[in-house]
Write a protein that binds this ligand. Structure first.
Ligand code: NAD
Length: 411
């Protein structure tokens, strides 16, 4: 197998090469699938505190083999080009895995969003959009929210795009429901994570009712994953966010705390650190915050039988190997959190058709398609006797490679 050095992007490419070996792909095709089609780096001058601060922004388009590129925009102080490349390529594999007609992309701005005022945040996303409008559009590249951005950020993006290019609500997904968003999109990622978690437990003959769950992250993904896990009968015993975490072995009442902005405001008899939560004993661990949080420094201390990846790349390549050797079952990000881009696909199609679905239809479609993707990955993992992550990459790499060859861009 081709050797690659350690970085977030090379961690993803390791899996692509591994799938390529299983599928017997040509080296040239693999070289194309492990490169990004386009990378744009911009500077965003922002007027702050009577001076100007220059932020760095990114849009990386990994692949358009299967359709317009699709992927979120992250506002976080640690965002860099390698990170965005990795996340863009994960989008390619995710959209192929769930079989929606998109490629992969990702964007970001290196800034701590909690230090931005509302007006500054609006200015940053408007400038990001102005600088990148030539590579965006509903049939080119369609952004969505990610860490540090939300439906309001997408509303500003849509408005800026409208001023420059005319009315095109399908140019971005994850918009507010009142502004061409889809009923169900906001909860879609977390809901999908919880549905996949339940399927995983059932497959391993573990009772869903009463299964203990620990979640890192109480943002869009973690919050809804917690809520739906509770609705499905699981017991959420700990949740953390950047401020720290809360523990209740009898089960946290997720509904009661759902609308708290931060867990710091929630009263709790027992508290835990933001990362410490990962090492708690439980049936199911859902990392739903940052990438790389489970790595060689803490893999040996993980005390869960199952890990369902709500976040993108929460487990490093080395930690993944170590955990599997310990017998931990891992459901990979490109399957587990694909409900988000599935929901974005529903929003995009509704915008293009100028028609909207009731939330019941959205949920029905989402649940059915997530179950189908899960069953397919399971089937392929049994066929090749490989873990779920390798199987997921085999399915998606085969689909993208086939589209790439059929298009006639074969080297
Ligand atoms: P968000 O900004 O809404 O929430 C992030 C959460 O993580 C917050 O609760 C924050 O306090 C917490 N957090 C940040 N740093 C932390 C730390 N050091 N320790 C513990 N908690 C910390 O982001 P989100 O949209 O929920 O995204 C979370 C993850 O899920 C990211 O990896 C993202 O790429 C991935 N994801 C998101 C979507 C989506 O639709 N939003 C879809 C697929 C994947």
């Amino acid at each position: 197998m081709t050797h690659i050095g350690a970085s977030a992007f090379s961690d993803v490419n390791q899996k692509v090469f591994q799938a390529g070996d299983i599928l017997n792909l040509k080296p040239g095709v693999l070289a194309a699938l492990t490169s990004c089609e386009r990378e744009v780096v911009i500077s965003i001058p922002l007027r702050r505190n009577s001076d100007v601060e220059v932020l760095t922004g990114y849009r990386v388009q990994h692949s358009s083999a299967r359709g317009p590129r699709k992927g979120g925009i992250r506002f976080h102080q640690d965002v860099d080009l390698d990170d965005v490349r990795a996340l863009a390529s994960l989008m390619t594999w995710k959209t192929a895995l769930i079989d929606v007609p998109f490629g992969g992309a990702k964007g970001g701005v290196a800034v701590n969003p909690s230090t931005l005022t509302t007006i500054e945040k609006e200015e940053v996303i408007r400038r990001w959009t102005r600088s990148l409008v030539h590579v965006l559009g509903h049939h080119r590249d369609i952004p969505a929210p990610d860490m540090g951005t939300d439906s309001q950020t997408m509303a500003w993006l849509m408005d800026e795009f409208h001023r420059l290019e005319g009315f095109q609500p399908a140019c971005v997904t994850g918009k507010p429901v009142e502004l061409f968003g889809a009923h169900g999109r906001e909860e879609a990622t977390g809901r999908g994570v919880a549905m996949i978690a339940a399927e995983t437990l059932k497959q391993h003959e573990v009772k869903v009712k009463g299964a203990t769950v620990v979640i890192q992250g109480f943002g869009n993904v973690g919050r809804y994953a917690a809520l739906v896990c509770q609705e499905l009968g699981m017991k959420v015993i700990a949740i953390s966010d950047v401020t720290g975490g809360i523990v209740d072995k009898k089960g946290i009442d997720v509904k009661a705390i759902f609308h708290h902005k931060s867990l710091n405001d929630v009263e709790s008899d027992e508290r835990i650190g933001p990362a410490e939560v990962l090492e708690m004993s439980c049936d199911l661990l859902i990392p739903a915050a940052l990438g790389g949080v489970i790595n060689s420094s803490n893999a040996a201390n993980i005390n869960a039988d199952f890990i369902v990846e709500g976040a993108n790349q929460p487990i490093t390549f080395e930690a993944d190997q170590e955990l599997r050797a310990q017998g931990v079952v891992i459901v990979p990000d490109i399957l587990a959190n694909s409900g988000g881009v599935m929901g974005s696909y529903f929003e995009w199609t509704q915008n293009i058709q100028e028609f909207s679905w009731p939330i019941e239809k959205f949920r029905r479609e989402l649940d059915a398609r997530m179950e189908k993707a899960f069953a397919n990955v399971l089937k392929v993992s049994r066929k090749h006797s490989v873990d779920m992550r390798t199987a997921a990459f085999v399915v998606s790499v085969e689909r993208v490679a086939r589209a790439f060859e059929l298009r006639g861009s074969l080297v």
